[in-house]
Design a protein around this ligand. Structure first.
Ligand code: ASP
Ligand code: MG
Length: 410
């Protein structure tokens, strides 16, 4: 007898036919003796459609109302999936995030899960029901509905798997697993059979859209093994887990495991920040307080004796918040002005093998030079090198990097 958590993304439940197919798969997984908790996203593009609707009524809607609105998307799909499962003769019940005991921190649109009170879910499972939980949402101590950031259903699933001590957490999507790069850009991309949490986290943060980064962080923290696979076939997908010996062996020959693109990047430059202790601290504390994730950061060499320029990148989704924050903090710290620039993409190479193989960044820069591609910003971690470049160059650069690092399928 196993406890299985399955998560189905929006494309897997986009219409009635697909919901039926998901119901069939869930009922199969339950068989006669397994307990199944299913987490679902909103149907198809529902979340985008709702956000678009909101914009038509208010250019700057309050985040609380956005959460209230977006949470309805998942509420539709849980009810429909529960009905479809019941129609197959199996008992099921749908639960919203709050009903499933998902406690969040009260931050609209970017909430973190603080804890899960599994009481209700366990009770329903004991009664032999398949429990269908709304992904992407939870509630704070005042009963306010919070959402977990785009792609947050992955995190709901992993958090539930951790809280319930599930045997497996299967993330069903519309591709066969995690690929060496986006197969829509590079047809020679290959499916990665096994990947470590650290590499997956870097891939997810670098823009590989399969898993929400937070879900990988949680999986690593609680040792939840994730199986990313297609809801349209029965192929084995990608296992995300702690690095094993076999992978370490592989890294000796395969330095780079994946190439990722983030095309949702906004570059920000703050001019003439005083060259004195505390400038960066004040600037980035203000951004952190506004819950804005900052990615690449570059402080240029002194412009004058007293001033520096500072550039950094954020997600384009945070544009409104960035403007509101900088309008206030830039004059406060005594900087002169700031600019926001769109039209860049962040290309990253990721691989745990980089730690032991020198010259990887240099090779990446060579490839970009051969493509006559100008680099705006660079950032690195132990297992990742990222370059900010013109969006127009990204696809060609990704294909070239994929070839240069030996990732192309034969
Ligand atoms: N429906 C939400 C979104 O589109 C959450 C999810 O799909 O995971 O971002
Ligand atoms: Mg997703």
């Amino acid at each position: 007898m196993a406890l299985i958590v399955q998560k189905f993304g929006g494309s897997s439940v986009a219409d009635a036919e697909r919901i039926k197919r998901v119901a069939k798969r869930v009922v199969e997984a339950a068989g006669t003796e397994n307990s199944v908790v299913v987490v679902v996203s909103a149907m198809g593009d529902t979340t985008d459609i709702l956000l678009d609707l909101a914009k038509q009524l208010n250019e700057h809607p309050q985040p609380r109302e956005i959460d209230m609105l977006m949470a309805t998307g998942e509420q539709q799909s849980i009810a429909l999936l529960a009905m479809a499962i019941q129609a197959m003769g199996k008992d099921a019940i749908s639960l919203t995030g709050l009903q499933a005991g998902v406690m969040t921190d009260g931050v609209s649109r970017k909430s973190k899960i603080l804890s899960i009170d599994c009481h209700r879910v366990e009770e329903e499972l004991e009664q032999g029901k398949i429990v269908v939980v709304a992904g992407f949402q939870g509630g704070d101590e005042h009963g306010e509905i919070n959402t977990l950031g785009r792609g947050g259903s992955d995190t709901s699933a992993v958090a539930l798997a951790a809280a319930l001590d599930a045997d497996v957490c299967e993330i069903f999507t519309d591709v066969d697993g995690v690929y060496t790069t986006d197969p829509r850009i590079v047809p020679k991309a290959k499916k990665i059979p096994v990947i470590s949490y650290d590499e997956m986290l870097e891939m997810a943060c670098a823009g590989a859209g399969v898993l929400q980064p937070r879900s990988v962080e949680l999986a690593k923290q609680f040792g939840v093994k994730i199986h990313v696979r297609s809801s349209f076939n029965y192929n084995e997908g990608t296992i995300v887990q702690e690095e094993c010996e076999m992978q370490k062996e592989l890294e000796k020959s395969m330095v780079v495991s994946g190439v990722a693109l983030d095309d949702n990047v906004l570059q920000v430059t703050v001019f003439d920040t005083p060259d004195a202790p505390g400038s960066a601290s004040k600037l980035f504390t203000a951004l952190a307080d506004a819950r804005i994730n900052v990615d690449m950061i570059v402080q240029s060499g002194n412009r004058t004796e007293q001033e520096n320029d500072m550039s950094f990148t954020v997600s384009s989704d945070d544009k409104d918040k960035v403007i509101a924050t900088l309008d206030k903090i830039v004059p406060e710290i005594g900087a002169s002005s700031y600019t926001l620039t769109e039209g860049f993409g962040k290309v990253s190479i990721i691989g745990a093998g980089m730690i032991t193989n020198p010259g990887v960044a240099a090779r990446m820069f060579q490839v970009l030079a051969e493509k006559q591609c100008n680099i705006k910003m660079i950032s690195t971690s132990e297992i990742k090198v990222s370059c900010l470049i013109d969006l127009a160059d990204c696809n060609a650069v990704i294909a070239a990097l994929h070839t240069a690092f030996g990732l192309d399928a034969e």
